[in-house]
Design a protein around this ligand. Structure first.
Ligand code: GLP
Length: 251
C-alpha cells in the first residue's frame, strides 16, 4: 500500500498556514482548481488564512470550483449550524469565491427529491472533471464527511443516519431535541475518487482516530483507514493529533 505523507506541525495554525500556501500555489497555477471542502472546527484556521491571503496579498480564489462534503438534513440554509451558512460566512463571502462555482449539498431539499439532488451533485463533480484536491477532517470515530463506521467504501452521495456519538458531539451546538438524525454526505466512493487527498486533524482528542486511520487495519469500521488504499494522501497534523502514531511517516 502507498505510504501516506504525514506533516507534523507545532500548532494547528502553522499547519493551516502551510496548507493555505500550498493551495495558493495550486490555484495560481490552475485558477479553476476543483477542490473538495470540509466543515467543522478543524478547517476554520485554514479558511481564515485563505481569507487573509485574499485581503492582504490580493489572492484571487474566484475561479476555484468547490464541492462541500456534507450538510445536515433537514436544515434551513440560514440555520446557525447549517454548513451552507458556515461556508458562506467562513470562506465563500470573505474570500470572494464565485457563488456559481461553489456547491454544498442542500439541507432543505424535499425528501422526495433527495435521490435526484444527490445524483445531480455527483454529476456536477463529474462535469468539472472530478475533484482534484479533497480536503478532509476526521471524526472522533474515524468518520469522513458523515460516512460513519460501517459505511460502504463504494458509497455515493446520499442521505445517511448520524452515529449517536456524532449527534452527542453536536449537542453543544444544537438544542438537545433539535440535533439532526440525518445528513447528506458525499459517499466514501466519491471521496476516494479525488486525485489527491489532504487530511487535517488537530488536538489530542483526534490522536486515536489518526493512529487508527494511518496505522490500523483497513476496515469500513474506520472509514478514515480506507485512505490507506489511496495513492496520494497527505496528513497535516499538530503534535497532539500525531501523539499516538508509532512511527514517523513515511517510514
Ligand atoms: C463533522 C463533519 C466532518 C468533519 C468531522 C470533524 O461532523 N461532518 O466532515 O470532518 O465531523 O469535525 P471537527 O472538525 O469539528 O472535529
Amino acid at each position: 500500500m502507498p505510504a501516506p505523507k504525514v506533516h507534523v506541525h507545532p500548532h494547528l495554525v502553522s499547519a493551516s498556514v502551510a496548507l493555505a500556501a500550498d493551495l495558493r500555489a495550486r490555484v495560481q497555477a490552475k485558477p479553476d482548481l476543483v477542490i473538495g471542502l470540509p466543515t467543522g472546527s478543524t478547517p476554520t484556521a485554514l479558511y481564515a488564512e485563505m481569507v487573509r491571503l485574499h485581503d492582504a496579498d490580493g489572492m484571487d480564489w474566484s475561479r476555484m470550483r468547490s464541492f462541500n462534503l456534507d450538510e445536515f438534513w433537514p436544515i434551513a440554509p440560514n440555520h446557525p449550524q447549517s454548513f451552507t451558512r458556515f461556508m458562506r460566512e467562513q470562506l465563500f463571502e470573505p474570500a470572494d469565491l464565485d457563488p456559481s462555482r461553489t456547491h454544498v449539498p442542500s439541507g432543505d431539499v424535499a425528501a422526495a427529491s433527495i435521490a435526484k439532488h444527490c445524483a445531480a451533485y455527483e454529476a456536477a463533480i463529474q462535469k468539472c472533471g472530478g475533484i482534484e484536491v479533497q480536503i478532509l477532517g476526521v471524526g472522533l470515530n474515524g468518520h469522513l464527511g458523515f460516512n460513519e463506521p460501517g459505511a460502504a467504501r463504494d458509497s455515493r452521495t446520499g442521505l445517511v443516519e448520524l452515529a449517536e456519538s456524532t449527534r452527542a458531539r453536536a449537542t453543544a451546538a444544537f438544542a438537545p431535541e433539535q440535533v439532526p438524525t440525518r445528513a447528506i454526505t458525499m459517499g466514501l466512493g466519491t471521496i476516494l475518487e479525488a486525485r489527491e487527498i489532504v487530511v487535517l486533524a488537530f488536538g489530542a482528542e483526534k490522536a486515536n482516530a489518526v493512529a487508527a486511520a494511518i496505522e490500523g487495519p483497513v476496515s469500513e469500521e474506520c472509514p478514515a483507514s480506507l485512505l490507506q488504499e489511496h495513492a496520494k494522501v497527505r496528513w497535516f497534523l499538530d503534535e497532539s493529533a500525531a501523539g499516538s502514531l508509532n512511527r514517523i511517516w513515511p517510514p
